[in-house]
Design a protein around this ligand. Structure first.
Ligand code: NAG
Ligand code: NAG
Ligand code: NAG
Ligand code: CU
Length: 200
């Protein structure tokens, strides 16, 4: 016979695994794979496979592992995601879709990150002071469906696959949980002098 505490524990486990927190679903975002397993350990990959919406604080065994870049794309590596690099030009409007099965109020932004330094290039493409506010009956539509406009970068910047990534950050302030999903992309040359010039 089940005790109340067993049932509560079971309920908490189900809640944790069935209903989770959030991630980007479109454009395709980085997935875990063998390169992440090599850097962060197999338990880390297993944790993300079990719950793709998990915060990075819950990625098993990865905290403090020096070669695991948990604070960049939740440890997901470009090497595991070379087949889904998006191609953008300055001025492109990119629609992004997120799922937020368990909202936690806090800030959110989408920023272009230089993967070599893990620093943002320029200002965020979009930012919310308050996002995923669980005290609202219905979340604003732009929490799960929003668009960003690709900026004009310096010539040559973000033109190599893996050099930059577009990262969705969300921090649940009370929950103290950090969420990251990364869309890999390259900037295509656009406009003046970039396109092949037709012979006169
Ligand atoms: C986002 O979460 C959904 C549902 O758990 C999952 O199917 C999908 O693969 C996740 N996407 C990424 C990029 O992790
Ligand atoms: C984006 O949000 C995260 C989480 O709040 C924050 O740590 C980071 O500094 C923000 N990025 C930029 C470029 O403002
Ligand atoms: C999101 O939508 C709300 C209205 O529902 C609006 O007040 C807010 O400015 C929008 N935020 C962003 C970052 O677009
Ligand atoms: Cu959560």
């Amino acid at each position: 016979m089940y005790t109340t505490s067993t049932l509560l524990a079971l309920g908490a486990l189900l809640l944790r695994t069935v209903f989770a927190h959030g991630n980007i679903t479109s454009p395709p975002a980085r997935q875990p794979g063998p390169a992440m397993a090599a850097a962060c350990g197999k338990p880390a990959v297993a944790a993300v496979m079990a719950d793709p919406t998990t915060p990075l604080e819950d990625v098993t065994g990865a905290a403090g592992v020096p070669q695991c870049k948990l604070d960049l794309c939740r440890g997901a590596m470009f090497e595991d995601n070379t087949a889904q690099v998006q191609m953008y030009s300055a001025g492109d409007v990119v629609n992004m879709q997120a799922i937020l099965p368990i909202p936690h109020e806090g800030p959110m932004n989408v920023s272009i990150i230089d993967t070599a330094t893990n620093k943002a290039i320029g200002e965020p493409l979009i930012s919310f002071e308050t996002y995923a506010d669980e005290s609202l009956d219905v979340l604003p539509a732009n929490n799960t469906d929003f668009s960003v406009t690709m900026p004009q970068l310096k010539a040559g910047q973000c033109t190599q696959a893996g050099e930059c990534t577009m990262q969705w950050f969300w921090f649940g302030t009370s929950a103290q949980q950090t969420y990251e999903s990364c869309v890999d992309f390259v900037m295509m040359p656009s406009g003046d002098g970039a396109a092949p010039v037709a012979p006169a």
